[in-house]
Design a protein around this ligand. Structure first.
Ligand code: C2E
Ligand code: CA
Ligand code: CA
Ligand code: CA
Length: 279
């Protein structure tokens, strides 16, 4: 048994070393990416379900790696958080999202409601005392009104928050910015956040929307979340709408807003220009 253990170790070790080296390489690449601005934003429309008009956009980051091509956020955000690089990346995302939204709003016809832009925030960013100043300077330099900015927070971020987190969120809210709980329903005590955090918007997780037509329980839970939102006077956004059947269930249930491939995938700024201002 001892010998087997040793052999296993010998087999295991190169694999471990390889994965460690990959990790180091990725970290070096990410540092370079921050210096060379290798990030891009995509914008996914958030649609008013009753009328199908675009009410806002969610900004989603991408890494354009020089050799590996487009890297989705799930493959680098965890490393960016671990290394603190999410701070400069997130700062760029926020400023760029505000800048683009202000530009689109300036081009919209008189009488059209201004678009909102939603930006995802990592827990690491909320640990920084200067976050409220960053938000306020991103608004000031872009000219975007505070009511047009939505900050999206995940439940996991709110689970083990420090006491300062709540103060920081209140400071940001005092600017007029709205807060959304992302992936709502996937945490284990979602309801507690609604009581403790000053949120304005609930984003119903895609997993509920996925099963809406197949599982009566998923449909009942989704409708329950929508009604909860209404009772608390919060907006509800359904995520990951892919089929018309899901759309009609959600519309019948009075869900206010939605996003998903049924309407549009996350688009480049150029593609968003064409969608908003068809020539
Ligand atoms: P999220 O905030 O829940 O964003 C929604 C994700 O669902 C996006 O994936 C979007 O492309 C995808 N999606 C939208 N509609 C549909 C649909 O109908 N079907 C399917 N299958 N997927 C849909 P993406 O862009 O890969 O982002 C993944 C996650 O990465 C985001 O989840 C968010 O947690 C994180 N993320 C993205 N951008 C940022 C950022 O700038 N900062 C931080 N901290 N996190 C970000
Ligand atoms: Ca989000
Ligand atoms: Ca989400
Ligand atoms: Ca998610």
């Amino acid at each position: 048994a001892k010998k087997l253990g040793k052999d296993q170790f010998a087999v295991f070790e190169p694999a471990m070393r390889e994965s460690f080296q990959k990790h180091l390489q990725m970290e070096a690449d990410l540092r370079r990416a921050v210096l060379r601005h290798e990030f891009e934003l995509r914008f996914q429309p958030i649609v008013r379900l009753r009328t199908e008009e675009i009410s806002g956009l969610e900004a989603l980051v991408r890494w354009q790696h020089p050799e590996r091509g487009m890297i989705p956020p799930m493959e680098f955000i965890p490393l960016a958080e671990e290394t603190g690089m999410i701070v400069p990346i997130g700062e760029w995302v926020l400023r760029e999202a505000c800048r683009q939204a202000a530009r689109w709003n300036a081009q919209r016809a008189d009488g059209q409601k201004p678009l909102t832009v939603s930006v995802n925030l990592s827990a690491v960013q909320l640990e920084r005392a200067d976050l409220p100043q960053l938000v306020s300077s991103a608004l000031a330099e872009s000219g975007l009104p505070a009511r047009c900015l939505v900050i999206e927070l995940t439940e996991s971020l709110l689970v083990d928050h420090r006491p300062e987190t709540l103060d920081r969120l209140r400071e940001i809210k005092a600017l007029g910015v709205r807060l959304a709980i992302d992936d709502f329903g996937t945490g284990y005590s979602s309801l507690a956040y609604l009581r403790n955090f000053p949120v304005d918007i609930i984003k119903i997780d895609k997993s509920f929307v996925d099963d809406i037509g197949d599982l009566p329980a998923a449909a009942a839970l989704t409708l329950g979340i929508i009604q909860l939102g209404q009772a608390l006077q919060l907006s509800t956004v359904a995520e990951g709408i892919e089929h018309i059947g899901q759309l009609s269930e959600l519309t019948d249930g009075n869900c206010e807003l939605g996003q998903g491939y049924y309407f549009a995938e996350p688009l480049t700024a150029e593609a968003m220009d064409d969608l908003l201002f068809p020539s």
